[in-house]
Design a protein around this ligand. Structure first.
Ligand code: ATP
Ligand code: MG
Length: 288
């Protein structure tokens, strides 16, 4: 259950398997603002979990606290049982937690292939000395990495974009390229921050199907932030719902969909808007 010498985490009561990722009481404060309050999450191997909530709910903050972009101001994050608070993003990535960003962060001038090759290097064996000497080992590694990078591009339906600069790709393909790059780091957990943002309806459906296939084929646990409720409920086994930094519900899509707190906090506006009913404008914390 635990890494050697690390106290075993308490059983979470959700099946007993070792969680690949665990957040316990994670809190994130920015000055006077509590962006995330006592956030708990247990992600089991191969689980696909949706993280949802209105704008400003703290979803991206949760990702940032988990992946080392921010050091949590309270609580702890564990990866495979090991406490990772205070570790840098590349260290947490090396432990097997990869992510994509709400605002795409690609190497814009590099080709699609090179964006993925850079990530493949995390798993490469030959060091800088070999690289400088262009030894056989290094060249073999390079050939292997190029082949692997091409395979990740193909998985994400981007083989035809291999030599094009990332900045020239349509938006939806840039998002898929980010996922290819995250996959190339060899993660056990993939955290996707609004991977379908900016896509049209059919692209979104195709992406969600692809996300499920990635989980199945690579055997990963996936945590996905997505605003489109129907999409995220269709793909997730479990949901965690944030509002104003507080977890207001968690459970199966069926249970969450019926939860009055969720309807009020998140489904309320769109439900009303779809039915052309005036949205009350006196609710706190709403961004349009
Ligand atoms: N670095 C920061 N400094 C100060 N405040 C921040 C910072 N990052 C996030 N916040 C604030 O924390 C709150 C949660 O933001 P966060 O980006 O996590 O929301 P979100 O749920 O991802 O929203 P969205 O759906 O719009 O992406 C917001 O009020 C935001 O303004
Ligand atoms: Mg966000």
């Amino acid at each position: 259950m635990s890494a050697a010498g690390v106290a075993a985490p308490a059983a979470g009561g959700e099946g007993g398997a070792a969680p690949v990722l665990e957040a316990r009481g994670v809190t994130m404060r920015f000055g006077g603002l509590q962006a995330l309050a006592a956030f708990d999450l247990r992600l089991e191997p191969r689980e696909l979990v949706g993280l949802i909530g209105p704008n400003g709910a703290g979803k991206t903050t949760a990702f940032n606290a988990i992946t080392g972009v921010y050091a949590p101001t309270g609580g702890e994050v564990r990866v495979g049982g090991a406490r990772v608070n205070g570790e840098r993003p590349h260290q947490i990535c090396a432990r097997g937690v990869a992510r994509t960003f709400q605002n795409i962060r690609l190497f814009k001038e590099l080709s699609a292939l090179d964006n993925v090759r850079v990530a493949c290097h995390l798993g490469a064996r030959a060091g800088w000395a070999a690289a400088l000497a262009l030894t056989g080992g290094f060249l073999r590694d390079e050939a292997r990495l190029t082949r692997r990078a091409g395979e990740f591009l193909a998985v994400m339906g981007l083989a035809h974009r291999r030599d094009e600069p990332a900045k020239g790709l349509p938006y939806g393909e840039q998002r898929r390229l980010e996922i290819a790059r995250a996959l190339a780091t060899g993660p056990k957990v993939l955290c996707l921050d609004e991977p379908a943002a900016g896509m049209n309806a059919s692209e979104k459906v195709a992406l969600m199907e692809l996300i499920r296939k990635i989980r199945d084929d690579f055997g990963l646990a996936i945590l996905v932030i997505e605003h489109d409720m129907r999409l995220v409920m269709g793909v997730s086994e479990r949901l965690v719902v944030l509002d104003h930094g507080v977890t207001i519900a968690r459970g199966t899509p069926e249970a969450v969909r019926r939860d009055p707190k969720v309807i009020e906090a998140y489904l309320g506006d769109s439900y009303l808007e779809e039915r052309h009913i005036a949205v009350p404008d006196d609710r706190p914390g709403r961004k349009s």
